[in-house]
Design a protein around this ligand. Structure first.
Ligand SMILES: [Zn+2]
Ligand SMILES: [Zn+2]
Ligand SMILES: [Zn+2]
Ligand SMILES: [Zn+2]
Length: 179
């Protein structure tokens, strides 16, 4: 049985769903076309909120090669009153998820942040409630590896305890400093 899950970017519960290409749906996170495994809003009157599985699992914070001095935070929508941002990587407008530095007003599309592979600098905790435990086990293995590789900003054991104890998915991020 599939279970409903909460995501920080949306007020309603989401459910796993299959999207076909012919539906011509765009992801509410990265604004790219979406087909296949996705998450969609469970409310019948809220019919346009879809996320790629990968966008659902994006880390809330990361360090990016293109902006090494500050971590970038994942915001569910642009930080500006206009409702738009201009991506510092591709110069195009964005209207959905954004990796943002408030200090510098630096913004990256999700897709642009992922483009050069620097996403590997962030290790994310969290998955659908249903596979929380398997995600936790995988995460512990990755964290053990990461400890040898890099500095981890937040206290991982406390966050893992939070994850294990929480009813709802718990999203947190371990960010390795990237120089
Ligand atoms: Zn997406
Ligand atoms: Zn909704
Ligand atoms: Zn961009
Ligand atoms: Zn900055």
């Amino acid at each position: 049985m599939e279970r409903e899950v909460k995501h920080f970017s949306h007020p309603h519960l989401l459910q796993p769903s299959q999207v076909t290409e012919s539906e011509e749906i765009h992801c509410s996170g990265c604004e790219q076309p979406l087909s296949g495994q996705a998450y969609s809003c469970t409310k019948p009157n809220c019919d346009y909120f879809f996320l790629h599985e990968s966008c659902f699992n994006l880390p809330r914070q990361l360090c990016h090669r293109s902006h090494p001095h500050h971590p970038l935070s994942l915001l569910p929508f642009p930080a500006y009153p206009s409702g738009n941002f201009s991506c510092n990587a591709c110069d195009q407008v964005g209207r959905a998820f954004v990796f943002h530095c408030a200090t510098c007003q630096f913004d990256l599309h999700v897709k642009c942040a992922q483009e050069d592979g620097t996403f590997t600098t962030a290790v994310e905790v969290g998955a659908g409630v249903g596979d929380q435990w398997s995600a936790l086990a995988a995460q512990q293995r990755r964290l053990q590896a990461a400890r040898f590789q890099a500095e981890i900003i937040r206290d991982s054991s406390r966050a893992i305890a939070d994850l294990a104890g929480s009813e709802t998915p718990y999203y947190t991020t371990y960010v390795r400093r990237y120089y």
